[in-house]
Design a protein around this ligand. Structure first.
Ligand code: SF4
Length: 170
């Protein structure tokens, strides 16, 4: 199958997984779908369960799935409500990616991540440092998906929840 990384749109999901497992990024990029019968895990369920379900009213905004869209003092705020801060780095970078996508459309917003069960609130903004980190991540993702073979699996805690577990470790 011919794969052109230049034609590929890097979505927030790829940014999220990049900070968990680059092999998963590659597998997703090729549309390799895990065994749907494996109710051990599936990606949608995993993401859903890592969201904070009690207050979750997800909204589709410019193709982004968001839990929070509001205005505060004329400032647009977008964000997500998480069940725990376990994958905060992924959540932060995904939100930065969303902020950046909005900015490219002329919409300036700030991000917020809430973890109610841990009483945590984190503001996420595009600044010089976060832009640099996001740009490095996008470059890294492009490098991962540009090669013809996936990175070797590396066993991490996430593997036990991963939809590709059987593919990687059977
Ligand atoms: S099972 Fe582990 S190594 Fe394989 S894609 Fe999932 S997280 Fe990555």
């Amino acid at each position: 199958m011919f794969f052109d990384p230049n034609e590929f749109r890097i979505t927030g999901t790829f940014v999220w997984y990049y900070f968990i497992c680059t092999r998963e990024v590659w597998l997703l990029s090729r549309g390799i779908t895990p065994d749907q019968q494996d109710d051990n895990i599936d990606i949608g369920r995993f993401l859903h369960e890592n969201a904070y379900s009690r207050e979750k009213k997800e909204v589709d905004f410019y193709g982004m799935k968001l839990d929070i869209i509001k205005k505060e003092n004329d400032q647009l705020i977008i964000g997500e409500i998480k069940k725990s801060s376990k994958y905060m780095e992924s959540a932060r970078m995904q939100l930065l990616h969303y902020l950046n996508e909005l900015e490219e459309q002329g919409i300036h917003a700030e991000g917020v991540l809430l973890v109610p069960e841990e009483k945590k609130r984190e503001t996420v903004v595009l600044n010089e440092e976060s832009r640099k980190k996001l740009s490095e991540a996008i470059k890294g993702i492009t490098e991962v998906i540009s090669v013809d073979v996936p990175p070797e699996p590396k066993r991490i805690n996430y593997c036990k929840n991963c939809a590709y577990s059987e593919l990687c470790w059977a």
